[in-house]
Ligand binder design. Structure first.
Ligand code: ADP
Ligand code: MG
Length: 247
C-alpha cells in the first residue's frame, strides 16, 4: 500500500496548550484510517494541520514523499488534499449542485483559462460528485431543505468535486439517524477503495466496523496506533479512552 500523506513529530501549540503533540501518522490510498480520542484530544486540529488551514508549530508533513509543511490550504487542495468540516460549510439558499460547483471552482477555478469549457467541466464534475454520494436526484434541490444526512452527503460531494486523493473527514456522521449512518458507512467504504481516508468519528461501533487502521489521541499525543483488533486489545487505550467511554 502506498503512503500518500505522512506526518513526522507534527506539533501545534496555542499559547501554553499543545493541541497536537509529536504526531506521526501515515495515510495510504485504499485505507480508511480513523482517528479517535476524547473531546479536546486534538483531532480537529490535526485535520486543520493536514489540510493547511493551520500551520504547524514544528514537525513535518510529507505529501508523495515531498515536504509540504506550511503550504496554504489552496495549494494542498490542488495537490490532492480534500477535507470536510465538523461544522457545516453549506450555503443553504443555493441548490445542492450550485454548492458542489462552487466548491470545485474555489479549489480549481484559477487553473481554468477557457471559461466555457471550464463551466462544462465544473458541471460534469459536480454531477459525478453528487452521483457518487447518492445525491444525483437531489441536485436541483435547495440545500437548506435537504435532510440532515443529505446535507452531510452534500458536504462529502463538495469535497469530492475538488478531486482529492486524500479525504480528511471531521465527524461526517454527527447527528445522523441509523439509516443515514448506514448509508454513510457504505459510502466511506467505497471512497476508501480509491482514496486515502482519514476519519474522525465518535461512534465506536462505526469506527471499529469501517476502519482499517486506528490512531488514538489523548491530550494531543498518539497513545496507540494499529488495526481495530490491536486497538481493542490495548490496555493503554482501555485505560485512557475506551474504559472512560464505557464507564
Ligand atoms: P478535538 O477535535 O479532538 O475535540 P480540537 O483539535 O478541537 O480537539 O482541540 C484540541 C485542543 O486545542 C482543545 O483544548 C481546544 O480548546 C484547543 N484549540 C483548538 N483550536 C484552538 C484555537 N484556534 N485557539 C486556541 N485553542 C484551540
Ligand atoms: Mg473536533
Amino acid at each position: 500500500m502506498s503512503v500518500v500523506l505522512e506526518t513526522r513529530s507534527l506539533t501545534r501549540s496555542f499559547g501554553g496548550l499543545t493541541a497536537v503533540a509529536q504526531v506521526g501518522l501515515a495515510l495510504s490510498i485504499g485505507e480508511l484510517h480513523a482517528v479517535i480520542g476524547p473531546n479536546g484530544a486534538g483531532k480537529s486540529t490535526l485535520i486543520n494541520l493536514l489540510s493547511g488551514d493551520l500551520r504547524p508549530s514544528s514537525g513535518e508533513i510529507l505529501l508523495d514523499g515531498a515536504v509540504v509543511t506550511g503550504l496554504p490550504a489552496h495549494r494542498l487542495a490542488r495537490r490532492g488534499i480534500g477535507r470536510s468540516y465538523q461544522k457545516t460549510n453549506i450555503l443553504k439558499s443555493l441548490t445542492a449542485q450550485e454548492n458542489v460547483r462552487l466548491a470545485a471552482q474555489a479549489r480549481h477555478g484559477g487553473r481554468l483559462f477557457r471559461p466555457a469549457a471550464g463551466a462544462r467541466d465544473l458541471l460534469a464534475r459536480a454531477g459525478s460528485a453528487l452521483a457518487r454520494v447518492g445525491l444525483a436526484e437531489g441536485a436541483t434541490r435547495i440545500a437548506g431543505q435537504l435532510s440532515h444526512g443529505e446535507q452531510r452527503q452534500l458536504e462529502i460531494a463538495m469535497t469530492l468535486a475538488t478531486e482529492p486523493r486524500v479525504l480528511l473527514l471531521d465527524e461526517p456522521l454527527a447527528g445522523m439517524g441509523p439509516e443515514e449512518t448506514q448509508r454513510m458507512v457504505d459510502l466511506l467504504r467505497q471512497l476508501a477503495a480509491d482514496h486515502a481516508v482519514l476519519l474522525v468519528e465518535h461512534d465506536m461501533d462505526v469506527v471499529f466496523a469501517v476502519a482499517d487502521r486506528l490512531t488514538v489521541m489523548v491530550n494531543g499525543g498518539v497513545i496507540a496506533s494499529g488495526t481495530p483488533d490491536e486497538i481493542r486489545g490495548s490496555q493503554a487505550v482501555r485505560e485512557a479512552y475506551l474504559g472512560e467511554v464505557a464507564a
